[in-house]
Ligand binder design. Structure first.
Ligand code: NAP
Length: 313
């Protein structure tokens, strides 16, 4: 019998209790699931972890075979010096669908000019012969082509958009122009009518969107950032918004969360703030991923979604 510690915040346990118990049972591995304080840390085999949970020091978990993150992002644990076990991140079908819906929704909102349409209440029939361009004539750029970025890019291709993606390593994805490297970034930004950023927070991606790179965007470009707040130099973005280089930004993630009430993003007429809700792990599907990794480990098979700690994601 193995022991699994559920170390997310306790208010999430009612959502996970049924799905996690069932998913682990379905693998055939006999397990007891405990919560912090219920068992000696040195008796725990697997830690189901969340950055908002109570366990952030792994020193006492001497027997633990892995830390299984419930979140896709690992920036708050990857540098933890008490972590000596393998770290797996969450790649969850429910989370992926949530991100696809958030991104496609906001891309379509920008593409169709929905905000401006909603604002028209003055009785003026503004049909000047123009219609919005078709999606195929709209260039969307995806920074990050991982589990989430690729799924979003493919959904946008399905809708007909012209999609360019950018990642650390070269990729070949049907229907998407894939770029990498510094030259690739410059080429991608210079064609981004709508820019979506789904990169992880690493030392290399910090302030990737800064005064110099934002200046490469076409005049009036739209930005959607559900990746991480650190990807954007906030002062540079505010300056780019004020001079119209960036026409509008939809931001889901911030350097400080919750975003402080006095932060200029809240009141800026060309910024939409969403409170880190683009995508969340869903208990049913995330539990299956956790259970599958426990099964693999117990069977001596390699983990899924193992984090490369030297790369930071
Ligand atoms: P992932 O599968 O690890 O993909 C990361 C992508 O970023 C990969 O394509 C990777 O390139 C690329 N990348 C990393 N460092 C790079 C660099 N220095 N230069 C260029 N490309 C780089 O991660 P994911 O599951 O798609 O998740 C991405 C991020 O989304 C998470 O880390 C998290 O921060 C964020 N997220 C946000 C929410 C929300 O609710 N807002 C929810 C979930 C996740 P390679 O493919 O070449 O390695």
């Amino acid at each position: 019998m193995i022991r699994v510690l559920f170390a997310d915040k306790s208010s999430n346990w009612p959502r996970y209790e049924g799905p996690l118990t069932e998913a682990i049972a379905a693998t055939g591995v006999a397990a007891e699931i405990v919560q912090p304080g219920e068992a000696d840390p040195s008796s725990v085999d697997y830690i189901v972890y969340s950055p908002q949970g109570p366990v952030q020091d792994f020193t006492a978990y001497t027997k633990a075979k892995a830390v299984l993150n419930l979140w896709a992002g690992v920036e708050r644990v990857v540098g933890n010096t008490t972590l000596t076990q393998p770290l797996c991140r969450m790649v969850d079908a429910g989370l992926e669908r949530g991100m696809v819906e958030y991104v496609t929704g906001h891309v379509l909102r920008y593409h169709l000019g929905i905000d401006a349409t909603l604002a028209q209440q003055d009785g003026v029939w503004r049909h000047d012969g123009g219609v919005p361009p078709l999606a195929r004539n709209r260039s969307v750029v995806m920074l990050g082509l991982g589990a989430l970025g690729k799924a979003c890019a493919e959904a946008l291709v399905e809708l007909g958009f012209t999609v360019t993606g950018w990642s650390r390593t070269p990729k070949d994805i049907a229907g998407i122009t894939c770029l990498s490297g510094e030259d690739g970034l410059r080429a991608a930004l210079s064609r981004a009518e709508i820019l979506v950023s789904i990169l992880p927070d690493t030392p290399e991606t910090t302030d990737l969107l800064n005064a110099e790179t934002l200046a490469l965007l076409p005049e009036g470009a739209r930005i959607i950032n559900p990746g991480r707040g650190t990807l954007i130099d906030d002062d540079a973005l505010l300056a780019a918004l004020d001079r119209g280089q960036v026409g509008h930004a939809t931001l889901d993630v911030f350097r400080t969360e919750p975003l402080p009430p006095e932060h200029p993003y809240w009141a800026h007429p060309n910024v939409t703030v969403t409170p880190h809700i683009a995508a969340e792990s869903r208990a049913e599907t995330a539990s299956e991923v956790i259970a599958e990794n426990i099964r693999r480990s117990e069977a001596g098979e390699p983990f899924l979604y193992l984090v490369d700690r030297s790369r930071g994601y």
